[in-house]
Design a protein around this ligand. Sequence first.
Ligand SMILES: [Zn+2]
Length: 134
Amino acid sequence: MTDYAVGKDVLSYCNACKLTLSHTVVAMRDTKTIAKVQCNTCQALHAFRSKSQARTTAKKTRSKAHIVPVDQLWKDAMSTTNKKSVAYSIRTKFNVGDIIDHSKFGPGIVQAFSDNDKIEVLFNSDIRVLVHNK
Ligand SMILES: [Zn+2]
């Protein structure tokens, strides 16, 4: 294994770039331990972080920022169904997974039942509760 030394390049996680990138060693704690590195991409100086530490941090960040926008949910749902759309009417009885063609909101997918006569429908712009089965 090669010894690290000041001025040598090393892979470290960069907090500013949010990536594991090539860094230059600027300070050593001892002959085997890097204390400080400088990012070759953004020039930021920070403590050395091994790849394993970086992975844990990245996972935590990702789960916290896990918010899928409605239009993305809608696109995914529409791309995984091959059902024919049915024109929306409050007299029609809909089931979960049905595709509704709404005159105002456009095509939507029934997500769940809400009360006895209401359905939750995922539209491109929003999730709406509609009355059905009247
Ligand atoms: Zn950087």
